[in-house]
Design a protein around this ligand. Structure first.
Ligand code: SF4
Ligand code: ZN
Length: 728
């Protein structure tokens, strides 16, 4: 490494160590050393410090303990937790890590002083965001994470850069500013919509906020990887190998940024910059080049991707607007609206079915009725039916609804097009911007044709799309497909675990949680909520060597618990021998492991002889004395935790929901919002178990958030759990 970088980094780390020291020395006499400090909604305290040093920082005094270790580490002296990147280059990286540790302390002080989060910025990233992103990272919808510091050379360059990252499914985390100018400001001036759903997350206006990207990355090994605080080598290795992040430094550098960058290098995150700096080739911790200059903005994204070794799957779809997963969450607001279909605006539907080989003319897109440049004066809506016919040698009836559900995702990927809902409850909006770029209805067909081929080529050989915009046509088609929709529902709800001899695995999350195995059955979907048995089966047909493998159940070991010989054997092998047996229907005895992206957690409440369920979006306290975030910290990393279970929302409605432990009747508490989301289906299940009023016997946060209050309520409503056999 060049002397200049070492020199700057050394200076920078000293500046930060001194600043942290003086900040604490100023604050402690004012507030006392027991003053609490924290980040919001995390189970990992100050995650970087927790992970690297195995320290739990809750007070200013704890900050001092961490600072002491950072000081020792910066001099490569022995540290209690044993962390040390070695001599030579290692000693330089030690300084980098010490800098990051101090920055985490400074950031928590900034939170305490209400300086963070700054208005319009996210600041610290709560655990639940990482959990919600897990699936997108493993299935490739997020290909990488760009940590962007400073400001681009001008507004247009900033927009081009970010659009380029979006089109490659790379999430941008923004921090820092140059004399008040920042990428965030540049994007806002150009009217670019920010937010996680658009793959653009402004962390903070200052350079210190970059620490939120670091302590975000460090939680992945803790949440998904089964690594424990203090296992600093494993944590660093995990980030290096599994978190596809890099740093893009634009327009400005100083000694503190260099020191911070050294910390990033310690985690294997390469740095790409538009500045003249000494270059640095591959080092021990990085996969490829460590520090690269690229002044040509057009070439920056590909340099970043190369340096980090990111795999980008580019969709090739011939439409006049940018097309990528990053645009999936973008909304089209009323002011930007050119035309809309469905919801309250008009009658609309989408329908996909399989046809014979001669009935499908591959690539044909036919519009019957006016296009969106022939809207009636003053009107902003029209009826629309999207009818997709597919033929495939390996196509099956059961795959129709699965392919049809993809219409939502595929249409949404187009920038300026919004899609919500499905079937005859869909809602599509096309923005003025997309319209003026030349987007017309036939492009919906172009998208569906291209994407169905691209993602489902194993089962789809031909695709044609027919679009109808005349009311009489849409009314006619709507009437004829209603029955099919009902039949599909019946088929799925009629399927039981007994009716099949094969379950499917899902190993998708192993790229994050290497020992985690989901076993997906007709009556129990994957815990992320995204994979039903039919989905897993289709996915196996599409990619026979993929993450969804058939598991022939084999000999039954225990009917009540739901254990089969082959399932156990499969899980044992694929969990790298960490799990011997798994019960499909029990929370208490050998439950399934969790990776981290569960929609809900089921947890035992021993006093109530029952269980509570909490979903990811509920931030309040629960009667087991923990919030979702805290609970989630003890469920995950691919380990079995009897008494706790990560589940997909729909599993709650299944007849096999913890049936070995008593089933739905064990449920004593769930948030109101979750009850509402399950709605009539939950009421129907209550009827099925013979207690139509059962839903009202389940407490929620308006009734109880402590186990004492919960018990009073349960006694009052005579909740069945109280008289059921003991759970433990
Ligand atoms: Fe991950 Fe399980 Fe969902 Fe597959 S089904 S993506 S393994 S949580
Ligand atoms: Zn997962």
């Amino acid at each position: 490494m060049s002397d200049l970088l070492v020199e700057l980094g050394t200076k920078g780390s000293e500046v930060i160590l001194n600043l942290t020291n003086s900040s604490l020395e100023k604050l402690i006499p004012l507030k006392g050393k027991n003053q609490k400090v924290e980040f919001p909604e995390t189970n990992y305290y100050l995650p970087l410090i927790n992970g690297l040093l195995n320290l739990v920082v809750k007070t200013l005094e704890d900050c001092q303990v961490a600072l002491k270790q950072a000081t020792a580490l910066s001099k490569s002296m022995p540290v209690a937790s044993g962390i040390n990147m070695g001599a030579g280059l290692g000693s330089v990286l030690n300084r980098g890590l010490a800098t990051l540790i101090c920055e985490e302390i400074l950031a928590t002080l900034a939170v305490f002083n209400k300086e963070h989060p700054q208005e319009g910025f996210l600041g610290f990233i709560p655990d639940k965001i990482l959990r919600s992103l897990g699936l997108q990272l493993v299935d490739g919808r997020i290909a990488g994470i760009a940590v962007i510091l400073g400001a681009a050379k001008d507004d247009d360059a900033a927009v081009d850069l970010i659009r380029n990252f979006q089109s490659k499914s790379i999430v941008s985390l923004l921090a820092g500013n140059i004399k008040g100018n920042s990428v965030k400001a540049q994007l806002e001036r150009k009217g670019v919509e920010l937010g996680l759903e658009n793959y653009i997350v402004p962390l903070g206006a200052d350079y210190l906020s970059v620490i939120y990207a670091v302590n975000f990355a460090v939680r992945a090994p803790l949440i998904y990887g089964g690594l424990k605080p203090g296992q600093w080598q494993g944590i660093a290795e995990y980030v290096r190998n599994r978190v596809p992040a890099f740093v893009l430094l634009l327009g400005h550098v100083d000694e503190v940024i260099v020191a911070t960058g050294l910390g990033a290098l310690a985690f294997g995150l390469p740095i790409i910059t538009d500045l003249d700096v000494p270059q640095l080739g591959k080092i021990d911790t990085t996969l490829y080049e460590a520090l690269v200059t690229e002044k040509d903005y057009k070439k920056i994204p590909s340099k970043c991707i190369l340096a980090r070794g990111i795999k980008v799957r580019l969709a090739e779809v011939a439409v006049p607007v940018p097309y990528a997963a990053a645009f999936e969450g973008e909304r089209v607001r009323r002011e930007q609206l050119h035309v809309e279909f469905g919801a309250k605006a008009s009658l609309a539907l989408e329908y996909l079915s399989s046809k014979g080989v001669d009935e499908v003319d591959d690539g044909s897109v036919e519009l019957t009725g006016p296009d969106i440049d022939q809207l009636e004066k003053g009107s902003k809506s029209m009826p629309l039916a999207i009818v997709v016919d597919v033929y495939g040698r390996k196509m099956q009836k059961d795959f129709e609804p699965i392919l049809e559900r993809q219409i939502h995702r595929f249409v949404n990927y187009a920038m300026g097009i919004m899609h919500i809902g499905q079937r005859d409850m869909n809602w599509i909006r096309i923005s003025k911007d997309a319209f003026s770029k030349g987007f017309r209805l036939k492009h919906l067909g172009v998208i569906l044709h291209a994407m169905l081929h691209q993602e489902y080529n194993a089962i789809v050989d031909k695709v044609q799309v027919k679009l109808y915009t005349k009311k009489e046509d849409v009314v006619r088609i709507s009437a004829s497909v209603k029955e099919v929709f009902d039949q599909r529902d019946e088929r799925i709800s009629g399927m039981t675990d007994e009716s099949v001899d094969t379950y499917y695995s899902c190993l998708l999350c192993q790229s994050f949680a290497p020992n985690h195995v989901c076993v997906v059955t007709p009556e129990r979907l994957g815990l992320c909520g995204a994979y039903s048995w039919l989905d897993a089966r289709a996915s196996f047909e599409i990619t026979p060597t993929g993450p969804n493998q058939p598991i022939k159940k084999g000999a039954l070991i225990d009917e009540r618990f739901g254990q089969w010989e082959n399932v156990n054997e499969f899980v044992k092998q694929k969990s790298n021998k960490t799990i011997d047996k798994v019960s499909m229907y029990s929370l208490m005895d050998s439950p399934q492991s969790s990776c981290g992206c569960f929609e809900c957690i089921v947890a035992i409440i021993p006093e109530a002889n029952g269980v509570m369920i909490v979903h990811r979006d509920h931030s309040g306290m629960t009667p087991c004395g923990m919030t979702f975030t805290t609970l989630a910290g003890s469920v995950g990393g691919g380990v079995q935790t009897p008494g706790f279970l990560g589940v997909g929302k729909l599993y709650i409605l299944s007849k096999k929901f913890i049936s070995a432990d008593g089933g739905l009747e064990r449920v004593v508490w769930m948030p109101k919002e979750l009850k509402e989301m399950l709605g009539d289906k939950l009421k129907n299940r209550a009827q099925e178990i013979g207690d139509a009023s059962f839903v009202d016997k389940i407490a929620d946060e308006t009734i109880a958030t402590t186990s004492e209050d919960l018990l009073i309520f349960l006694e009052k409503v005579k909740h069945p759990a109280l008289t059921m056999p003991p759970m433990i």
